[in-house]
Design a protein around this ligand. Structure first.
Ligand code: C5P
Length: 265
């Protein structure tokens, strides 16, 4: 039995350019991967079967990360010699967001999502994830897009020494898909407002094409308290306190390790 972790991918920003001839939009994004996510277990068997459980079993989120984890798991199960670049190539044919989920490390995304540049230094980020349990088909959100930031911004070098450094950059960015997703599912506005109103919330935004929204918090304690309050106030919402691990020599900020989250994004 092989177990692969499928960390939740969060787009800290997402800029979209004009629709291309192939129907896709050029984009620029910064994707990070949280401690929370799904676990995929793969085993050889005489017949193909699939069992899914957890709060997102009906398919609300995490599909790209799950698909990338499946590719990594099959590489191991079948002892294939494909490197990550080869898996990214296969993944790109299955969905725009899958290549970045193959190495699953913080990266700038460009093109349709297949041009990747890993971030060099990232601080540990306490992050709250909230999904109101509504489906927002990616295709519909792109179709409802009216205002675009374009995808020709000079991307930074990708060294974020602390949270303040990261926030200074994020303040210059947007998620272009947030407004159209909000028109399709207005409850996303309530989610963003609830996160932003939580004590210790430093930054709030929708991820990707929705409906999952995230809050960056000053520390794990504030993030945990916000999660507890939101779970109580909105029992129908999926609420997950988690963190993005530091790497590349960034100092440990954000407080104590809250440990692995349960499966299910
Ligand atoms: O590639 P994926 O299956 O995730 O894309 C779903 C839909 O989102 C596409 O059919 C397209 O309408 C839209 N999309 C886009 N530009 C991108 C990624 C997705 O227009 N870069």
């Amino acid at each position: 039995m092989i177990v692969e972790r499928a960390s939740a991918k969060i787009n800290l920003f997402l800029h979209v350019g004009d629709r291309r001839a192939d129907g896709f939009h050029p984009l620029q994004s910064l994707a990070v991967f949280t401690d929370a996510g799904d676990a995929l277990a793969l085993a050889a068997a005489p017949a193909l079967s699939l069992a899914i459980d957890g709060p997102f079993a009906t398919g609300l989120a995490g599909g790209s990360s799950d698909a990338a984890a499946a590719l990594r798991g099959l590489r191991t199960l079948w002892a294939l010699s494909h490197d990550d670049a080869a898996l990214c190539g296969i993944g790109a044919g299955l969905g725009s967001d899958i290549p970045v989920c193959v190495p699953a490390r913080a990266s700038f995304m460009e093109g349709r999502g297949e041009i990747l540049r890993p971030v060099e230094v990232l601080p540990r980020i306490a992050m709250l994830l909230v999904n109101p349990g509504v489906a927002v088909p990616t295709r519909d959100v792109f179709a409802a897009l009216t205002a675009r930031s374009g995808a020709a911004m000079d991307l930074p070098r990708g060294r974020f020494d602390d949270t303040a450094d990261l926030l200074r950059f994020l303040d210059t960015t947007r998620n272009d898909l947030q407004a159209p997703a909000l028109r399709i599912q207005p409850v996303i506005g309530a989610v963003l407002a609830a996160i932003a109103a939580s004590p210790g919330a430093l930054f709030t935004r929708m991820s990707g094409s929705g409906a999952t929204c995230f809050g960056l918090f000053a520390d794990d304690d504030a993030c945990g308290r916000a999660a507890a309050a939101l779970k109580k106030a909105q029992p129908g919402w999926w609420v997950m306190p988690t963190f993005v691990p530091a790497f590349g020599g960034a100092p440990e900020t954000g407080g104590r390790d809250i440990g692995p989250g349960p499966d299910g994004l």
